[in-house]
Design a protein around this ligand. Structure first.
Ligand code: ASP
Length: 439
């Protein structure tokens, strides 16, 4: 095992975790409650692993953004990179939404569900859907400019204590970095030295946490399998799920490769090999925020992006750029409308483009967030939000896939931005494991 590259170890952890979950489900009986055993004795290790990643997210954002922005030395560089980053994020999100609409309109998965299955689905999941509706309703009441208002923290210490307020922390860190550029160099030098050091230490902590990642994903997936819902209903939704996955695969295998190859000159194999462990972790955790530390380390150490760029582009991407989520939201919205027998006009489809783009930007980088924000898309096209109940059963596996795409999109854009500002190196792929004398 020792010489194996990290992505293989994670893959083995995933497979063993799924097999363990399946085995526990198969042998579960009152005499030997194997599923409960997995929940009691295996799942906590997965929870500890995710917690460790989340624990590091806010300190990482603060240290790396402050370092990243203050490294820029002058503000024109910052605005140049900022505009490119935001522009590319919006463009990739729009491509994803349009692709989702294309797939779902061509395949029409909503027509494949029988009346009986539909009633079953609605009945089984409607109470869960109303919870999501309530939280999305709270989001909507805040008014059109609320996403902007919410970017500015009224108390940065309080925001830093809440992983859901990452955008606020990002705002503060960028602002602080700008302040450092503007004061006299002798004054900012010690502050800079401090944050540079903190940044190094945090990156080292991430390396250490990642040593546990094969075991972490094993525990997460085993628990997911034993806790998953009734498989029969999942099959009924397979066609819809396949549409989402098909769209996501096109993003992964066509859109990003084209962008990376054409705009950076790197080969897609290089890109994929470098980012693979982050994709696997995104898949296992369903959270771009929890994956962020690893995405950063992969992009810097393995894809050759200068830290000056990655530390700025990636934290923003993890919070606002969700190509997989926006694609999923467009497919899901049209699917639900199809199942409910509602015809969508061209205007409705354009509304989906707008709202899915905004809803994905507004989705938090945590499991299930894309589904909560889907309510906003549904309401905009007058599809009843209880339709969420239809897709509930299959949301978690799709969340895992879309999160992997979200993270890949962030990495691809980071490479393109780095190339455009001359900060993409010719990095040879360094094996993570070589750094550690792990016995
Ligand atoms: N889980 C996704 C993410 O963290 C968000 C979503 O639910 O689509 O990127």
């Amino acid at each position: 095992m020792r010489g194996l590259a990290l992505h293989w170890k994670i893959l083995i952890g995933m497979v063993v975790g799924i097999l363990l979950g399946l085995a526990a489900t198969a042998i579960d009986s009152p005499a030997f409650p194997a599923q409960q055993w997995v929940v009691d004795w295996i799942k906590p290790f997965g929870t500890m692993f995710i917690n460790a990643l989340k624990m590091i997210a806010i300190p990482l954002i603060v240290a790396s953004l402050i370092k990243g922005v203050s490294d820029l030395k002058d503000l024109s560089k910052l605005s140049q990179m900022g505009f490119r980053t935001l522009g590319l994020y919006v463009v990739t999100t729009l491509i994803a939404v349009l692709l989702g609409l294309l797939v779902v309109n061509l395949a029409r998965p909503g027509m494949a569900i029988s009346n009986e299955t539909r009633e079953n689905l609605v009945e089984k999941f409607s109470h869960k859907a109303s919870d999501k509706e309530a939280s999305a309703g709270a989001q909507k009441e805040k008014g059109p400019l609320s996403p902007l208002v919410e970017m500015v923290p009224d108390n940065v210490i309080r925001s830093a204590a809440d992983n859901g307020s990452m955008l606020k922390v990002i705002f503060f860190a960028i602002f602080f970095g700008v302040g450092m550029i503007l004061v006299e160099p002798e004054k900012s030098a010690p502050v800079k030295l401090f944050f540079d050091g903190v940044n190094e230490v945090i990156l080292k902590l991430i390396d250490l946490i990642m040593l546990a990642s094969p075991f972490g994903v094993l525990a997460l997936l085993a628990a997911l399998v034993v806790e998953s819902e009734d498989a029969q209903l999942l099959v009924a939704l397979l066609y819809y799920g396949m549409c989402v996955v098909a769209g996501l695969l096109i993003m992964l295998l066509v859109v990003y490769p084209l962008a990376v190859v054409m705009l950076t000159g790197k080969s897609y194999g290089f890109f994929l090999k470098g980012i693979l462990p982050a994709q696997m972790l995104a898949f296992s955790t369903s959270s771009s925020a929890a994956t962020l530390p690893v995405t950063m380390e992969r992009v810097e150490e393995h894809l050759g992006v200068d830290r000056e760029v990655s530390s700025f582009v990636l934290p923003i991407g993890a919070t606002i750029n969700m190509d997989g989520t926006s694609l999923y939201q467009s497919v899901a919205a049209v699917f639900i409308a199809q199942v409910l027998g509602m015809d969508l006009t061209l205007g409705d489809q354009l509304t989906i483009v707008m709202t899915a783009t905004l809803a994905s930007i507004g989705s938090a980088a945590v499991p299930g967030a894309g589904m909560v924000m889907l309510v906003v898309v549904l309401e905009a096209i007058n599809v009843p939000a209880y339709g969420l109940a239809l897709i509930f059963a299959i949301d978690r596996p799709l969340d895992m896939c879309r999160t992997a795409v979200n993270v890949t999109g962030d990495a691809a854009v980071t490479m393109v931005v780095a190339q455009s500002v001359g900060k993409l190196g010719h990095s040879e792929v360094k094996e993570w494991d070589d750094n550690y004398p792990v016995e």
